[in-house]
Design a binder for this molecule. Structure first.
Ligand SMILES: Cc1cc2nc3c(=O)[nH]c(=O)nc-3n(C[C@H](O)[C@H](O)[C@H](O)COP(=O)(O)O)c2cc1C
Length: 372
């Protein structure tokens, strides 16, 4: 069963936390990855196919067989993947979750989406205002999908406008048998630019733990380095990152920070590898670079993935040229030591014999170096 302790997770994000970005987040250290919300009827109305070429399991719409509803690479991500469901009905939720249960480690119910398309259908954050319905859906998921398939059932909520209302709701949710509650620390009307409110978080984590339920915090978290602080201050088990991962998936790593260009390159390669369409590539690539970057405009007008990759390759070549020129200038101003160039990487152990050999070879006529 999934372990939520010490977890740094990728948040569910529609059009963003699909397979290409998930692979990057996992590569750079995400412990768990939530997929984007998929509505119950969309997955129920889809046809499952095993794609041997890509090594994926695909769910394409039956009505429109070109429309990809959901794609996963079980070999790569099953042990860390959470499928997020949008639903307002216990029966539909169970039917939809049953279709994907064997490819994931957990199924999560979205109770945080404030958008009209979700709330007007009784889904997302609307469920926070109808706790009886919410409890019915979660109870059905636990009994009919979670236990029989040995997958965890979890839920992502927002805080309510008072501590008491929030705690009362969390108590009811925690008693349904869910394994984890993720708390996006904003109320439903709050916009993303408004700072998250953590005032109720300690109380929420205590209620969760008294029911043997894990608690993950979400909202304004930018890197793995914040995990310990949230654990110590609020007693949560883990943290979840959305917008920062949307900009740079290496936020999950302790030390590596990919450059914009490196993120673009790895992302386009993953999109091509897993056959994601141009619109998907463009939307995400334009999240990686600021609007004023010349690449942004090129991405926005590109018509194919190959064209997108071409722009990234051009920018890489340009960057290399600039670096080479800079190194050359540095070498000319500092003498031959820089011109010789060190093959040692920053964190590679130093081989002094190799260094001696390098430094006793004439690399610039008339200059000879020896190690002291
Ligand atoms: C592009 C985008 C799509 C999102 N889609 C979902 C979603 O499908 N399900 C969900 O529960 N939250 C969704 N969210 C909300 C995030 O999961 C997260 O709760 C929110 O952005 C706050 O986290 P942050 O401050 O780290 O960005 C989305 C957010 C963004 C920016």
């Amino acid at each position: 069963m999934i372990d939520y302790k010490n977890v740094v997770a990728l948040a569910p994000m529609v059009r963003v936390s699909d397979l290409p970005l998930r692979t990057l987040c996992l590569k750079y250290g995400a412990d768990l990855v939530w997929g984007p919300e998929v509505i119950d009827k969309a997955i129920i109305g889809s046809q499952r196919t095993v794609n041997a070429d890509l090594g994926t399991v695909d769910f394409f719409s039956k009505k429109d067989p070109t429309r990809l509803i959901w794609r996963t690479s079980p070999e790569l991500e099953k042990s860390k993947l959470v499928f997020q469901l949008g639903s307002a009905d216990p029966g539909l939720a169970v039917d939809a979750a049953t279709m994907v249960a064997k490819y994931v480690s957990a199924i999560d119910l979205n109770c945080g989406c404030p958008k009209h398309f979700s709330t007007h259908a009784g889904m997302g954050a609307q469920l926070l205002t109808i706790p009886d319905k919410l409890v019915d859906i979660l109870t059905a998921l636990v009994k009919k999908v979670g236990i029989p398939n040995n997958v965890a059932i979890s839920v992502k909520i927002r805080i309510l406008d008072t501590a008491k209302k929030t705690y009362d709701l969390v108590k009811r949710i925690a008693a349904t048998g869910v394994s984890c509650i993720t708390v996006h620390c904003r109320t439903t009307p709050m916009r993303p630019r408004e700072p998250a409110i953590y005032d109720y978080l300690k109380g929420i984590a205590e209620i969760c733990h008294s029911h043997n339920v894990s608690c993950i915090v979400n909202g304004d978290i930018k890197s793995r380095s914040e995990l310990q602080n949230y654990q110590q201050t609020y007693g949560v088990d883990g943290i979840m990152i959305a917008r920062e991962a949307q900009t740079n998936p290496s936020c999950f790593h302790d030390t590596i920070k990919l450059t914009q260009l490196q993120v673009c390159r790895e992302f386009i390669d993953a999109c091509i590898k897993y056959d994601y369409n141009t619109a998907h590539c463009k939307y995400n690539l334009t999240n990686f670079v600021p609007g004023k970057d010349p690449l942004y405009a090129k991405f926005a007008r590109a018509k194919t993935r190959e064209e997108l990759r071409g722009y990234i390759e051009d920018a890489e070549a340009q960057e290399k040229l600039e670096n080479d020129e800079e190194n050359h200038e540095l070498a000319s101003s500092e003498g031959s030591e820089a011109a010789t160039g060190s093959p040692l990487l920053d964190n590679e152990p130093i081989d002094t014999d190799n260094l001696k050999r390098m430094h006793t070879v004439d690399t610039i006529p008339g200059k000879r170096f020896k190690l002291e």
